[in-house]
Design a protein around this ligand. Sequence first.
Ligand code: ATP
Ligand code: IP8
Length: 262
Amino acid sequence: MGRSVAILKLGGSVITYKDLPLTPNVRAIRNIAKAIPRDVVGRLVVVHGGGSFGHWAAKTYSLSSEDPFERAANFSVIRWAMESLNNVITKLLIEAGLPACSLQTSALVVNKSGEIGEARLEIVSRFLSMGLIPVMFGDAVLDSEAGFSIASGDSLCAQLVERLEAERVVFAVDVDGVYTSDPKTNPDAQLVKDLSVSSLSDIEIRSASSAYDVTGGMIKKLEEILSVVKKGAVVYVVNGFFPDRVRDALLGRKVIGTVIRR
Ligand code: ATP
Ligand code: IP8
């Protein structure tokens, strides 16, 4: 595809009320949808997280239950929860006039021991070449070792960067960017405006954002960001509650947030 593709990862902390099961933040999603510039259509992939849909479902319906029937039934509930959230997001993107089209992650990805193993992502470039915006998501997927596991939206972004040779990835989260430590628990935390691979390890990440984040919160996110940056993309971490920042980051403009380069 060449280095013009952008990936927008909509964090669960923005698109849902993380502590209210199965509750989307419709206003936040709608505002971001309206801010997506039309000139990125055909070179934009949207990926969203699980928030109070996927993470809540994965905590409540365990994929490691002893009983195989119960395990399969739990898998189907988590998948249903993610489809439900994806439906809301896709609908709001369409209402904003965008050619958004859902692509089910679990039909394209098979995990191996909890990490993405196979990822048949050729179809994503085909959707892009037809002028569509694929809308993908962290999902419950089959796992060649564990039976079932979770593929996070962040690790899907890392795969997409490699396959599409994406130019930039914008992570929309509920804080202004990456801080020296968690800004929600440390009032002295400082926003880090520019980061490189070598300085990433200096960031202290105190905790995951919610009691039921099953995919590792900010710690795991920074690991995925590291792998994205090493593959040559520039990463922006911005506050998704400020849609103008999301738009400016998608366009590669100067923005309040954190920019991470190789
Ligand atoms: P998901 O990956 O489930 O879609 P998300 O993308 O919204 O969720 P989180 O995993 O919730 O992102 O990570 C964002 C949270 O990380 C913030 O709400 C913040 O409280 C927490 N956090 C922890 N350490 C830091 C840090 N050093 N800088 C910024 N945020 C941090
Ligand atoms: O919120 C997790 O995706 P993430 C998806 O991007 C599920 O980590 C099903 C919990």
